[in-house]
Design a protein around this ligand. Structure first.
Ligand SMILES: [Zn+2]
Length: 300
C-alpha cells in the first residue's frame, strides 16, 4: 500500500469558514505534522497512530473553537478496546496526546482499513472538559458509537452540545508513520435552511477520504471545490501543532502536592525522583537535594 504515495510537506493549519452567510460553520484542517510528532514521541502501531491522530484533530477543532488563549480543552476517550484510555489536551491549536497502550494493534479489517474502532473499543465514553478559566469547568459526555472517532465526535456535538454536526477524521498511516492526516467539521447553525442541509448531506461523501484529500491540495482550494455555490467565506486561518506545555516548575508543584510524607519517603528510600511526562516523554529528574528543598517549601 502507498508505495507510490506522494508525501508532500504542506503546513498543518485549520481554516474556519461559514457557508450561506453563517447558516453553517465549517472547520477544515490538515494535521499531518502533528500526527508525525505524536508518532516520534509515542512509537505507536499504525492503528494506534490513526486513533491518536483522529482524536488530536477533533481536540484541535474544539481548542480552536474556544478562541480564548487561557482556555483549554481536555478530551478523554475511554473505550473497551486494547488501546486503553486516550487523553488529548488543546490550548487553541496546540495539542498533545497520550494513550495507555500505543503499541497495541489489530489486524486490518476485511476492507483493508485500519481497525480503529476495534482498537479504541465500540463501548465506552467520550468526555470533554472545557476549562475557561472560571471556577467550574464545563463537562460534556457522550457514549461511543463505533470507536472510529468521527462518528463518536459527531455524536458528542449533536447530543451533548446540541449542535447537529458532520465530522470526518482521517489519518493515512503505514508502519507507524503518518502519510497524511486531517479532518472536517460541519455544523448547522440555528435557522439553517433545508436546502443547505440537503446540499451538505450530498457533499458529505467528499469528506470520507479526508486524509487523502488534504495530502496534496491547499485547504482553501479543497474548500472552494467542496462548497462551490454555497457562499463559502473564510473567517480565520490558524496554525495547529503538537506542543507539550509541561515544565520543571509544574512537576515541582505536582511533587509538593504529594505531601510531606510522600516526599520524605522519596528522599529516604529512593534518594531522588524521576517524573516522565505522559504527553512528550520528557524525563524530569529531581535529586535528593532538589527534593529536600521541595520538602522545605511544602512545610511552609
Ligand atoms: Zn510534556
Amino acid at each position: 500500500m502507498n508505495e507510490n504515495f506522494n508525501v508532500l510537506n504542506l503546513p498543518d493549519e485549520m481554516l474556519h469558514m461559514t457557508l450561506m452567510g453563517g447558516q453553517a460553520k465549517v472547520l477544515l484542517c490538515r494535521t499531518t505534522a502533528m500526527a508525525r510528532r505524536a508518532a516520534e514521541i509515542h512509537c505507536p502501531s499504525s492503528t494506534a497512530l490513526a486513533a491518536m491522530s483522529r482524536c488530536m484533530t477533533a481536540t484541535a477543532m474544539l481548542g480552536v473553537m474556544m478562541k480564548d488563549d487561557n482556555a483549554s480543552v481536555t478530551v478523554t476517550v475511554a473505550g473497551d478496546g486494547p488501546l486503553g484510555k486516550m487523553t488529548a489536551v488543546a490550548h487553541g491549536g496546540k495539542v498533545k496526546i497520550s494513550a495507555h497502550h500505543p503499541e497495541a494493534d489489530l489486524p486490518l479489517k476485511a476492507d483493508g482499513h485500519l481497525d480503529v474502532g476495534g482498537l479504541v473499543g465500540r463501548h465506552g465514553r467520550l468526555t470533554v472538559i472545557k476549562d475557561l478559566g472560571l471556577k467550574e469547568p464545563y463537562v460534556g459526555q457522550s457514549q461511543l458509537v463505533s470507536g472510529e472517532l468521527g462518528e463518536d465526535f459527531a455524536q458528542y456535538f449533536t447530543v451533548s452540545e446540541q449542535q447537529p454536526s458532520l465530522v470526518a477524521l482521517g489519518c493515512l498511516a503505514h508502519e507507524g508513520y503518518c502519510l497524511s492526516a486531517g479532518g472536517v467539521l460541519v455544523q448547522a447553525m440555528p435557522g439553517c435552511s433545508e436546502e443547505l442541509l440537503e446540499q451538505l448531506e450530498l457533499r458529505s461523501v467528499f469528506f470520507t477520504a479526508i486524509s487523502r484529500e488534504v495530502a496534496d491540495v491547499a485547504l482553501e482550494d479543497l474548500a472552494k471545490a467542496w462548497f462551490d455555490g454555497l457562499e463559502m467565506q473564510i473567517l480565520s486561518r490558524e496554525t495547529v501543532a503538537y506542543q507539550c506545555d509541561c515544565s520543571r516548575d509544574k512537576m515541582e508543584k505536582a511533587l509538593i502536592a504529594l505531601g510531606r510524607d510522600e516526599l520524605r519517603q522519596l528522599i529516604d528510600e529512593d534518594g531522588g525522583a524521576e517524573l516522565t511526562c505522559h504527553f512528550c516523554r520528557t524525563a524530569h529528574r529531581f535529586s535528593r537535594q532538589d527534593l529536600t528543598e521541595l520538602l522545605e517549601r511544602a512545610s511552609r
